[in-house]
Design a protein around this ligand. Structure first.
Ligand code: NAD
Length: 269
């Protein structure tokens, strides 16, 4: 893709799934890549460390610079430290991929204030704070740059029992558009991709069970879930100069999931 060689990118939550695939694809396109990982002490830290080392190894194999940066994107102090590290080590930042995200499964009337904050803080506040730090840096350098938000089809499709997740992605749509408009004249482009069902660890509940996966895929017009690499390919396009005139858009990458699959067959009288 045009214009990516030698650029510097930061991918949040890049130790697994879509983020990891984006980090590797951008490295293949010649970008130097900073890989953010959370290292959640409550989770299986060993597993995340191993995954993150693997991602870093694959980025390095592309012959570009790579950097591992720990940071919980729900914490402002972590984000500020993370940006200082990346900018110092790489000498600047051109591309931010807001990928880190979590979801919880709970009936809406049972969601506590803490549950609510946990998802919104990672998926929406974290994305905003990372975008803010990127924009401040680009304005200081008077440089062009690109931000990609990893949204979801639930940006527009309501999802019962996943209220906070759907809300965070709905908010992300407005974050994308507002920042795009506000900084368009500074040559800072802001876009989003909205993946449909994608085979990654966030979906272990059905990706590890062929019967459940078949049910999920029966709702997708193209008849299969997407891959992280397919999401990464769209991101590579959107951050490249091939997409130089695109800003404020969400690109849905969902095998037709947002096309009202129920209308595949006529059900009206
Ligand atoms: P994943 O669970 O593999 O990736 C999420 C990543 O975010 C993990 O690496 C995790 O460690 C990281 N993360 C979570 N909280 C963090 C924090 N506080 N600070 C830093 N990193 C943190 O799942 P994925 O499917 O690869 O998800 C990536 C993004 O894609 C998410 O934003 C998700 O909402 C979005 N998405 C995924 C799908 C899908 O079907 N897999 C569909 C639509 C959107």
């Amino acid at each position: 893709m045009k214009g990516l060689k030698g650029k510097t990118a930061l991918v949040t939550g890049a130790s697994s799934g879509i983020g990891q695939a984006i980090a590797i694809r951008l490295a293949e396109e010649g970008c130097n890549v900073a890989i953010n990982y959370r290292s959640n002490p409550e989770a299986a830290e060993d597993t995340e460390d191993a995954a993150m080392e693997r991602a870093c190894g694959q980025v390095q194999e592309c012959g570009v610079k790579s950097l591992l940066v720990q940071g919980d994107v729900s914490k402002e102090a972590d984000i500020i430290r993370m940006f200082e590290t990346v900018i110092q080590e790489f000498g600047g930042l051109d591309i931010l991929i807001n990928n880190a995200g979590i979801q919880t499964d709970k009936a809406s009337h049972e969601i506590s204030a803490d549950d609510f904050d946990r998802v919104i803080d990672v998926n929406l506040k974290g994305a905003f704070l990372c975008a803010r730090e990127t924009i401040k840096h680009l304005l200081e350098r008077q440089a062009a740059g690109v931000i990609i938000n990893i949204s979801s089809v639930h940006e527009i499709i309501p999802r019962p029992n996943y209220l906070t997740y759907s809300m965070s992605k709905g908010g992300m749509a407005n974050l994308t558009k507002t920042l795009a408009l506000e900084y368009a004249d500074k040559q800072i482009r802001v876009n989003a991709i909205a993946p449909g069902a994608t085979v990654t660890p966030i979906n272990e509940a059905w990706t590890e069970d062929p019967e459940k996966q078949a049910v999920v895929e029966s709702h997708i017009p193209m008849g299969r879930a997407g891959t992280s690499e397919e999401m990464a390919a769209a991101v590579a396009f959107l951050v490249s100069d091939e997409a130089a005139y695109i800003t404020g858009q969400t690109l849905f990458i969902d095998g037709g999931l947002t096309l009202y699959a129920d209308f595949r067959e006529t059900w009206s009288a």
